[in-house]
Design a protein around this ligand. Structure first.
Ligand code: SF4
Ligand code: SF4
Length: 399
């Protein structure tokens, strides 16, 4: 494993951090045994930075158990304070104490203000967040203070300049080089000796699953054979300003592949030819992508049952992947109850607006769902559903 130093405290962090946001599931629940095996084996392979958050469902509680048997001492543990859960200043301490209890630890090594943008930032300032952070630090409950960010670049710089942060966490990958904090923000933070943790290096799977055909051709014709995940991770780690790249891992093969990639994905080693391959792929994505959803599910649950991230993922897939009929068929199965289950398709949106302020990507969700619905909820998908049912019932008989 390759390690990079945090400028302000000298900590040596593995360049690959384990993001515990998308732990493996089984029958709709987190598969705790499998998650434990995955996280412990990653730590055994040298990963020493584990990231979770109050709002990642059961993740903090599960990590508390996973990090028993000496694993807690092997890692730096990061978790986050959710601004949108606060109704009064005292809630900050209540939440931190709850996090320490769930994580079964007496301190958080890296504590972040979660998903800051202009609105959240103002709310935290009004609640006296610095006083809370300093008090928690003096009590030894938190060690290093940082923030994660999903706002605009001007706000990012304002936040960077407002406190002596040890680290920050930004969304960064080859299609987000110029969105949110972007490369400009990355360089700005690094110029202030602030360690930068990168999230969404694979953009919630968009850069590795259902790859546009033209992008596949570019990868296939490249002299060096690499998986799309490897290209994307190497691109992020090629930046010397990046300290850790977080990957929300839940598949043993992907974990092993990422660990291998991170062994020698040193900063500044990608050649101009390699960089131009990524640049070409990026151009294809930016041309085809309809909506910048990362699948984080912060907008969920929808009171009317819409599975927002899945609807938007299918919408992108419809425009990016080759076979539109297949995309419609899968949408019919998964979101329109084609094989039973509760419908969760785009046209169920009643435009109540509840989800809009929760989206860190600032996506106008109801508008995008309307467009997705036009492409995917219509007669052509509905006509496919009986065919899909027939195919599946035949399969059952044949099985
Ligand atoms: S605006 Fe639509 S998708 Fe968003 S919460 Fe309301 S009904 Fe659900
Ligand atoms: S719509 Fe926004 S909040 Fe919802 S999953 Fe996508 S990026 Fe996350």
């Amino acid at each position: 494993m390759q390690y990079r130093q945090v400028p302000k405290n000298g900590d040596s962090l593995s360049v690959l951090g384990f993001g515990a946001m998308r732990l493996p599931t089984r029958r709709g629940r987190i598969d705790e045994e499998r998650a434990s095996r995955q996280i412990r084996s990653a730590i055994d392979a040298g990963v020493n930075y584990i990231d979770t958050a109050f709002m990642y469902g059961e993740s903090e509680r599960i990590l508390g158990d996973v990090l028993k048997d000496g694993y807690r001492e092997k890692v730096k543990l990061a978790t986050k304070l959710p601004p949108w859960h606060l109704t009064k200043p005292e809630d900050m301490e209540t939440i931190l104490n709850d996090q320490l209890k769930k994580l079964q630890t007496d301190h958080i090594d890296y504590y972040l203000l979660h998903s800051l943008d202009a609105n959240n930032w103002k709310k935290l300032l009004d609640f006296g967040v610095f006083e809370f952070l300093e008090k928690a630090k003096a009590a030894g409950k938190i060690i290093n203070i940082g923030f994660s960010f999903h706002g605009d670049r001007k706000t990012f710089k304002e936040i960077i300049d407002s406190y002596d942060w040890v680290f920050c966490q930004i969304q960064y990958n080859f299609i987000d080089e110029n969105t949110q904090a972007g490369k400009d923000g990355l360089l700005y933070a690094a110029s202030k000796n602030i360690a930068v943790i990168v999230m969404e290096p694979l953009r919630g799977g968009m850069l590795t699953q259902k790859i546009p055909d033209d992008a596949k051709k570019i990868y296939t014709s490249a002299k060096i054979k690499r998986s799309p995940a490897e290209w994307a991770l190497r691109w992020v780690l090629n930046h010397p300003e990046v300290t850790v790249v977080l990957s929300g891992m839940n598949d043993e093969l992907h974990i092993a592949e990422n660990i291998t990639t991170c062994e020698d994905a040193f900063a500044g080693v990608m050649t101009p030819d390699e960089l131009s391959i990524v640049e070409e792929v990026k151009g294809i994505y930016l041309r085809l992508m309809k909506v910048g959803c990362t699948g984080c599910a912060y907008c969920m649950p929808c009171p009317f049952g819409v599975n927002i991230p899945q609807c938007l993922s299918f919408y992108n897939q419809y425009h990016m992947a080759g076979n539109r009929m297949m995309t419609r068929g899968m949408y019919g199965i998964q979101l329109m109850g084609g094989l039973g289950g509760t419908p969760a398709h785009a046209s169920l949106c009643r435009n109540c607006g509840k989800c809009v302020s929760l989206c860190p990507q600032h996506i106008p969700i109801p508008d995008e769902l309307k467009k997705a619905s036009k492409n995917l909820d219509g007669l052509r998908t509905r006509a496919l559903i009986p065919i899909i049912r027939m195919i599946f019932s035949r399969r059952k008989i044949n099985d």
